[in-house]
Structure formats: structure tokens, C-alpha cells
Design a binder for this molecule. Structure first.
Ligand code: FEO
Length: 394
């Protein structure tokens, strides 16, 4: 278990979680890493720790650079347990070390661990001299917890960005240009969609706060380190945080006896005929966290469910709960589905889309039992009206 050198006297000493498949509901099919970084200067600094179960792996890597008992400072950029779980273990070796964190970080550490450590609170702009280096702290509240902050090393141009710019991706390689670019961008987009999406305004503030810094490396707390594609990932965050969508649609649905599927396929054809790129996501075969990745840059979101016991199908309810929590903005929505007698599912879907504050320019699509040709034509017409197609509104 070797450390990886980023720059002179700065090392990655984190841990790789090859087995992780579920991160509070997010399907992490490629595992993850918990990234800790070690700065060896006149003072020795550890930036973030790892999940408790990975403590020994981190300690082994640190030990190949320096005696872990020489650590003077621990910078805790974020209290969530994937980064602070191993903190009590390492603090047992370091009774005289000082923890550097935000005011919310201090409160969070106390609530998590109930331990009286030496803690120094920092605000945005504060710095810490390690001897030859100055570490500058940038508070980035709600990206994605109140305590979140980043640490910038002016000497090396490394931004230790914690969760921001991360990816759940377990790899032997540590740098972006050592693996396929599409893969790292795809996982970064999925990470944004499932962890950061709710906090677009706060992301914009964080991007503004780091815009004056020269970024030679962006070293997040998960996944690979950005070296060759720093401008690509920051541009991606700008796009996603500003809700820049494209003329793209996603149709999310589940079905009982195929009627809702037939409606979904008819909606698909209408988009296709208007030249709008469209993705189908059957909830029986797609994970909601993968659907969120597709949804990050989709302008149109169509959600369908048949009615079951006066309600929508549980898969659709789970998706809508997840969607509402992640709160994508500035989207156009459409509810659809089939029913036998009650028909409540379509009303419930539409109600949730409305509560997401989506624009709902056309009436929901509600079909009794099985759609006939006339109804299929009407479905297409309604989608085309939503798109503003001239033939639909004439
Ligand atoms: Fe990677 Fe918010 O923890």
C-alpha cells in the first residue's frame, strides 16, 4: 500500500474501496476512494482522513512517508464519516495535534465523536503556515454540508476540494490523464447529480471563491486527482450548477400491463420526430442514481406510472422522492400513465413535478386501460405542443 507523490512533499495517502456498491442509496458500481493528503513541511499536516474501516490502509501509506506520530495538524474539510471515520483512531496516536476545521466542522465533530480534541476554527481567507507553505482555507457551506470547506496550497497550486469535483471511482491510477477521460467525466457527472445537485447556488459561490486561484491540481476527497482536465471539470460544474440543459428529454416510467410503456414509447416517438434527443428509463431495469446522471443536462422530464391501489407504483414513488430531494431546477415536466378506475397515480406524479417547480405547459396524459389510435395521436400532439412545434399548435 504505497503513497503517491503529487508534488514535492505532498502525497496521496488515502484508501481504495473496491467493494463499495451503495453510498446512501447511490449505486456506486465502480467502487470509490477516500482521499487523504499528507504535507510534510516543518509541520506535518494530514488533510482529511478515511472511512473507519480503511484506517489501517491510510496509516500504512502515511508510515511510508513519515512517522504518523509526527503529524501536527489535521485539516478536516468535512465531517461526514467517509472522511472523518478514522479520525478518533489517528487522534489516539496524536494527543498534541491540532484539528483545523470550520465552525460547523467543530460542532459536527463534537456531535459525532463526543471527544475533547484541540480544535482551531477557521474562516474563509484564514491561512496556516506549515513552514515553507501557506495553506489557505475557503469555506464552501452546503457543498454539500454546512461544514464543508476547501484548502488551497498556494506554493503548489493544489486545491484540496473535498467532495466537490469528486467521483465514486476505485482505480489503481490516481490522476485523470492515466485513465479514459470519458470515464472520469461520467463518474464526476454522476457524483454531481447524486450528491451536489441540490446546491447549485452554493456551488456557484464556491466556484467564484476559487476563481482567482491558479489550479495546477484539484485533489478531491473521492476518485482521481484532476491534473490535465482541471478546466474541463470546473466548466462542467459551471454548466451543471447554472442548470444549463440541452434539448434533451428523459422518459422515466414503470408499467404493469404495458399500457404505460406504450404511452412512454409514443412520447419517445414524438420527441424523436421533433429531433429532440431522448432517453428511456424503465424503473424496473434502471437505478435511480443512474437516471439522475442522465437528468443533469435534460430539459424535459416525463414521468409515468399506472395506478396501483389508488397510488403510483412504489418504484415511481421512490424515484420521485429522490428527484424532489435533489431538486433539479428550470425543467419542463410531463406526467403520464394508465389506469383502470381511479387514476390517482398520474395526479400524484404531476403534483410532485409541480412541487419540484417544473414548468408543466401541457395537460397530463391519462389513459383508461389501453390507449387507442386516437389517444396515441393525442399523446404525440401534446408532446409536440410542449415543444412548441408549429403543427401541434396550429
Ligand atoms: Fe464524501 Fe459528504 O462525504
Amino acid at each position: 500500500m504505497n503513497p503517491v507523490k503529487l508534488k514535492n512533499n505532498i502525497y496521496w495517502v488515502g484508501a481504495i474501496d473496491w467493494d463499495l456498491r451503495n453510498f446512501h442509496g447511490y449505486l456506486t458500481q465502480r467502487g470509490s476512494t477516500y482521499n487523504s493528503y499528507l504535507i510534510v513541511d516543518e509541520k506535518v499536516v494530514l488533510i482529511d482522513t478515511v472511512k473507519r474501516s480503511k484506517y489501517e490502509e491510510m496509516l500504512e501509506r502515511i508510515g511510508k512517508v513519515v512517522d504518523p506520530r509526527r503529524i501536527d495538524y489535521l485539516v478536516i474539510n468535512h465531517v461526514e464519516m467517509d472522511h472523518s471515520g478514522a479520525l478518533p483512531c489517528i487522534m489516539d496516536l496524536l494527543p498534541n495535534a491540532t484539528i483545523i476545521t470550520s465552525p460547523h466542522g467543530r460542532k459536527g465533530l463534537l456531535r459525532h465523536f463526543k471527544r475533547e480534541w484541540r480544535v482551531e476554527e477557521v474562516s474563509s481567507g484564514d491561512s496556516l503556515s506549515t513552514g515553507t507553505k501557506d495553506l489557505r482555507f475557503i469555506l464552501t457551506p452546503m457543498v454539500h454540508w454546512p461544514d464543508s470547506m476547501m484548502t488551497y496550497d498556494e506554493g503548489s497550486g493544489i486545491l484540496f476540494s473535498n467532495d466537490a469535483f469528486g467521483q465514486h471511482l476505485a482505480t489503481y491510477e490516481r490522476f485523470d490523464d492515466e485513465i479514459e477521460q470519458w470515464l472520469v467525466m461520467e463518474e464526476a457527472k454522476k457524483y454531481y447529480a447524486n450528491i451536489v445537485l441540490s446546491y447549485g447556488k452554493q456551488v456557484c459561490k464556491a466556484l467564484e471563491a476559487v476563481s482567482d486561484y491558479e489550479l495546477e491540481l484539484i485533489a478531491p476527497a473521492h476518485g482521481i486527482i484532476w491534473r490535465s482536465y482541471c478546466s474541463e471539470i470546473t466548466a462542467g460544474y459551471h454548466r451543471w450548477a447554472n442548470n444549463r440543459t440541452s434539448e434533451k428529454a428523459i422518459i422515466v416510467y414503470d408499467t404493469m400491463w404495458n399500457s404505460t410503456r406504450i404511452i412512454a414509447e409514443t412520447i419517445y416517438r414524438a420527441f424523436e420526430e421533433e429531433g429532440v434527443k431522448v432517453t428511456m428509463a424503465n424503473l424496473a431495469t434502471n437505478h435511480i442514481s443512474d437516471i439522475m446522471t442522465e437528468l443533469v443536462d435534460a430539459k424535459y422530464i416525463c414521468v409515468g406510472s399506472p395506478t396501483l391501489n389508488n397510488n403510483m407504483l412504489p418504484t415511481v414513488a421512490a424515484f420521485l422522492t429522490y428527484l424532489k430531494g435533489l431538486a433539479p431546477k428550470e425543467r419542463v415536466g410531463l406526467a403520464f400513465g394508465s389506469y383502470g378506475w381511479g387514476g390517482q397515480s398520474i395526479d400524484l406524479v404531476e403534483d410532485t413535478l409541480r412541487r419540484c417547480r417544473f414548468d408543466l405547459p401541457v395537460e397530463k396524459i391519462k389513459v383508461n386501460y389501453i390507449p387507442d389510435e386516437k389517444e396515441l395521436d393525442e399523446i404525440k400532439r401534446r408532446v409536440k405542443t410542449m415543444l412548441g412545434a408549429p403543427e401541434a399548435v396550429s
